[in-house]
Design a protein around this ligand. Structure first.
Ligand SMILES: *Cc1c(COP(=O)(O)O)cnc(C)c1O
Length: 431
């Protein structure tokens, strides 16, 4: 096979052929059902395709590329980092980039979170968070507490423990039934505050308190599980429940972190702080894979005093210096800019552009929060038709299930935000 990396760009037709013959794509069959678009480069908020077309990216490359592509400060960070070291193991060694990103994460997350475990992807950080819960309970003399409580409608990743706390009806569970650990599920959080739901959460926790190690949820926005929003006050109830039963409260901020919902972290909207917080996706500005599980000193101390003698995890590429350097640069870039104003601008633009979708036949709901816009249909999206409609307006979208949504880069200019909204309306009408 001719490698495009070593011998210059392969013509798109042969690239597609090689792709079909050998390359898996996410959640797809082999070969794929449709040909993927070939991207030759990306700059700012635009993807350039092999045929010369440019598409405005409404997805931020799965919600990660908040500063856009080829950002000078981030490009420079990667180049600079390669000049020192691309990677060294993190067992028994440490380095500036690893410490620098940990320090920044501690500084910008809620105060009780003091310790950082760097992982190589969001899913892995969830595995680590669940290990923290289990090791915490074990160290407290409660080895029977091995289950996690969560609410339906969530998404926490594709590795096995992470899948076990995803929405059990989302398709992920059915394929693995009999293999996944069986967790404790409360009902889906309502979109509006409901005191009866707080009572429901309390009673589920009480019924299972003796077997629960922790609670894991996505705060404020449930992402890949359905792009749903809930009232932050229900997170306060989870904090009370966790305290009452000595459960470790985990907030999965992998999608919501770094400003996406309008606050730097969604937890801030509830005015509560979790015992463990996972971050990922936008952590490196979409440049390289890295995630982190942060925890309080109480969790770290208990885990460290347990019989295992430490946290039982250690990825080969832990704290990869290239990823850590670009992550630190991304956090600095975010804080340097008026990210809150940018996210508010995304929300205002999406609200305006999506207004016409409300009247469309087949549209069940239109909602916007922070830099997230969602058009929910009353039927599954015809994805190829919806994507073709969006491409017709010059926008890249990737609808799923009954959802046409966008999470644009924060730096998206106002007219491109309107264009993304227009594409969503076109996609909703076509799909
Ligand atoms: C994407 C996501 C994950 C998984 O992260 P990966 O880096 O894809 O493993 C976990 N939780 C949430 C909320 C996510 O959005």
């Amino acid at each position: 096979m001719t490698s495009p990396v070593t011998s210059g760009p392969v013509p798109a037709a042969s690239l597609r052929e090689l792709d079909r013959a050998h390359v898996w794509h996410p959640y797809g069959p082999m070969p794929g059902r449709s040909d993927p678009l070939v991207v030759r480069s990306a700059q700012g908020v635009r993807l350039t395709l092999d045929d010369g077309r440019e598409l405005v990216d409404g997805m931020s490359s799965w919600w990660a590329s908040v500063h856009g592509y080829r950002h000078p400060a981030l490009d420079d960070a990667v180049v600079r980092a390669t000049g020192s070291m691309s990677h060294v193991m993190f067992g028994g060694l440490t380095h500036d980039p690893g410490v620098a990103i940990a320090e920044r994460l501690v500084a910008i997350t809620p105060e009780p979170l003091q310790h950082v475990f760097l992982a190589d992807s969001g899913s892995v950080s969830i595995e680590v968070a669940i290990k923290m819960c289990l090791q915490y309970q074990r160290a407290r003399g409660r080895p029977d507490r091995t289950r996690m409580m969560t609410w339906r409608g969530g998404y926490h990743g594709d590795t096995f423990a992470a899948m076990s706390v995803c929405d059990p009806e989302g398709g992920m569970h059915a394929a693995w039934s009999g293999f996944l650990p069986r967790q404790v599920f409360a009902d889906r959080p309502p979109s509006m505050f409901d005191p009866a739901y707080d009572e429901h959460l309390r009673s589920v926790a009480e019924a299972h308190a003796g077997e629960l190690a922790g609670i894991v949820v996505e705060p404020v926005v449930q992402g890949a599980g359905g792009m749903r929003f809930h009232d932050p006050r229900h997170l306060r109830t989870l904090r009370e429940i966790a305290d009452a039963h000595d459960l470790v409260l985990v907030f999965d901020e992998i999608a919501t972190g770094f400003g996406r919902t309008g606050t730097l972290f969604a937890a801030e909207q509830a005015g509560v702080s979790p015992d463990v917080m996972c971050v990922g996706k936008a952590l490196t500005g979409g440049y390289l894979t890295m995630a982190a599980a942060l925890c309080t000193s109480a969790v770290a101390t208990a885990v460290s005093e347990g019989e295992a003698g430490g946290l039982m995890h250690g990825p080969t590429f832990m704290a990869n210096p290239l990823a850590a350097t670009v992550a630190a640069a991304s956090v600095d870039e975010l804080l340097r800019r008026d990210w809150a104003g940018e996210v508010a601008g995304l929300g205002a633009g999406l609200r305006e552009a999506l207004a016409p979708a409300r009247g469309l036949p087949g549209v069940r709901d239109v909602r916007v929060l922070g830099g997230i816009g969602v058009v929910q249909l009353d039927h599954p999206v015809d994805v190829p038709a919806a994507q073709a409609a969006a491409e017709g307006v010059g926008v890249w979208l990737r609808p799923f299930r009954d959802l046409v949504y966008a999470m644009p880069p924060y730096v998206t200019p106002a007219d491109d935000v309107l264009r993304i909204g227009e594409a969503m309306v076109a996609a909703a009408g076509a799909g």
